[in-house]
Ligand binder design. Structure first.
Ligand code: MG
Length: 374
């Protein structure tokens, strides 16, 4: 590899339908698209997609841009890395900023896979030809939630993840179970509960949920372990698992029975695969979570979800769900509840530069010779 320049593009698009959680209603999404260009003219693409405010993670679009522009990109160019493993070593010296690292790492892995002429998933042992789609239901009331599930079910989705909170859980889940007694349901609390809610959470066992995701705080592995010992519903951890070490700690403590692996949250491809391999060895089911991302990050997620251990449906939805126009080609579609895993080199999709340009609101390119220490 001989990376000559890295371009950061801040993109922005309204969501076709708002994404409602108890912490924020997201109506417009931003992301940073990262293009790493080699001297052979080949480009690799990655996407960093923290939210605009720090409700999900400490990173935001602004901090992510800063971390990339002022630290991660100059380090990458100065070091003249010859392969992606050199990139991983390089980033070991920077703390946190996982979403920035993940987006930049995606671009480098995509470039590397394109240069090798292989599908990126194959570099990590991809086995599946298709992955199961799962829908996220983020609705303002039970009626809207039921309508959303109805629409998704007609489109063939297999699993529904309901965004719940301490205030709306019983109303939402009762109404949904009434209409879909046998549907594959799970609930995502985004840390809406505390240990004081233990008895209330035990009551949710009656809804037959596949799992409850992240009921307690992002740094609360101990209370999650107490909860898991008390409830039948498997606890799934999302925000709590920001690294391989977090996954090891959760397993050792018995804090969960399922892990949601998001490449963005754990800092990129290598860490996501390490967590996947650990869980496979320990027979802990994993699935691939989403960030309401654009097509580049979704392409990488599809590749990740095609690894052997991802036996449960992920947050993988069709491009048309949230976007009027997608930035990759072909558009990502859900067919009879599945997303096909591509086999073309790199991330398996091509960036639609015209659409990318249309969504771009800020752009900067850092070149190798400009990033050398003065
Ligand atoms: Mg979650």
């Amino acid at each position: 590899m001989d990376i000559q320049s890295i371009t950061l593009r801040l993109i922005e698009s309204p969501l076709k339908i708002p994404f409602i959680t108890h912490l924020e209603t997201v109506t417009k999404r931003q992301a940073i698209i990262i293009e790493a260009k080699d001297s052979d003219g080949i480009s690799g693409f990655g996407e960093a997609d923290p939210f605009s405010s720090p409700w999900y993670s400490g990173e935001t679009i602004v901090t992510c841009w800063h971390a990339l522009l002022d630290f991660l990109v100059p380090m990458t160019l100065q070091q003249r890395i010859s392969d992606p493993s050199g990139f991983d070593q390089l980033l070991g010296s920077v703390r946190g900023n996982n979403m920035a690292k993940s987006g930049l790492g995606q671009a480098i892995w995509d470039l590397y896979a394109r240069q090798k002429g292989v599908y990126i998933g194959k570099l990590f042992g991809s086995e599946r030809k298709k992955v199961t789609a799962g829908a996220v239901i983020a609705a303002k009331d039970p009626k809207e939630a039921v309508e959303q599930i109805q629409r998704y079910s007609e489109a063939g989705y297999k699993r529904y993840k309901i965004k719940i909170s301490r205030q709306n859980d019983l109303n939402l889940l009762s109404a949904i179970r009434q209409h879909f007694p046998d549907g594959e349901l799970m609930a995502d609390a985004n840390s809406s509960y505390s240990i004081q809610d233990m008895d209330h959470l035990k009551g949710l066992d009656s809804f037959g949920l596949q799992m409850i995701e992240q009921p307690f705080a992002y740094n609360d592995l101990v209370d999650h372990a107490y909860l898991q010992a008390e409830i039948k519903t498997p606890v799934c951890l999302d925000e709590s698992i920001a690294s391989f070490q977090d996954a090891r700690a959760a397993l050792a403590l018995g804090s969960c029975k399922i892990i949601n692996i998001k490449m963005a949250r754990v800092g990129g491809w290598s860490e996501a695969v390490r967590i996947h391999d650990l869980c496979l060895k320990e027979q802990l089911p994993v699935w691939c979570g989403g960030m309401i991302e654009f097509g580049v990050a979704k392409a990488h997620s599809i590749a990740l979800a095609s690894l052997k251990g991802f036996a449960m449906p992920g947050d993988l939805f069709a491009s048309s769900r949230y976007w009027e126009e997608e930035i990759v080609e072909p558009e990502i579609i859900v067919d009879h509840g599945f997303v096909r895993v591509p086999d073309q080199p790199g991330m398996g999709f091509t960036v639609n530069r015209k659409n990318l340009e249309k969504l771009t609101v800020n752009e900067t390119t850092i070149r190798w010779n400009e990033s050398r220490p003065q």
